[in-house]
Design a binder for this molecule. Structure first.
Ligand code: CA2
Length: 145
């Protein structure tokens, strides 16, 4: 069976490409899904990109990933900086976890400098724009290869 990668996205990322392009760029989450699927096709990985504005939904999807995914790529958005629940859920997942931030969070406000998710993530991308998802997919293929 083709290994599945879940690409999870947190609050407000449904607006990607439609608001604040100076920070997050002009590409949409659909563009990200297509780019990740293309890398997956090259590397023999299936991808499923999901977005929710609800913390509990992200937690539920992480639990589902325990059954159906070989790896998780996650941009938790604001939950990065607030959510022990997302961290606890990720700690129950056994495969590789890659944390992605479109913006370079360390050059932004101090409250964006701490990530709960980084306590679990095997790799962290920040500041590569949406290309960070593509790089994360390539690294996932390397880790699972
Ligand atoms: O840089 C990132 O990817 C972030 O995870 C994005 C979060 C922010 O809270 C993190 O500190 C860093 C915000 C996501 C909001 O997404 C939007 C996208 C387009 C327009 C408006 C919001």
């Amino acid at each position: 069976m083709t290994p599945m990668i879940h690409i999870l996205n947190g609050p407000n990322l449904n607006l990607l490409g439609r608001r604040q392009p100076e920070i997050y760029g002009r590409e949409t989450l659909d563009d990200v899904a297509a780019a990740c699927a293309a890398i997956g096709a090259e590397a023999g990985l299936e991808t499923r990109l999901l977005q929710s504005n609800w913390e509990g939904q992200i937690v539920d999807w992480i639990h589902e990933a325990r059954e159906s995914a070989a790896g998780i790529i996650i941009n938790p958005a604001a939950l990065t900086h607030t959510s022990v629940a997302v961290l606890d859920a990720l700690n129950t997942f056994e495969g590789p976890v890659i944390e992605v931030h479109i913006s370079q969070v360390h050059k932004r406000e101090a409250f964006r400098h701490h990530s709960y998710v980084s306590h679990r993530a095997d790799a962290v991308m920040a500041g590569f724009g949406v290309h960070g998802y593509v790089l994360a997919m390539r690294h996932m293929a390397h880790l699972l290869g």
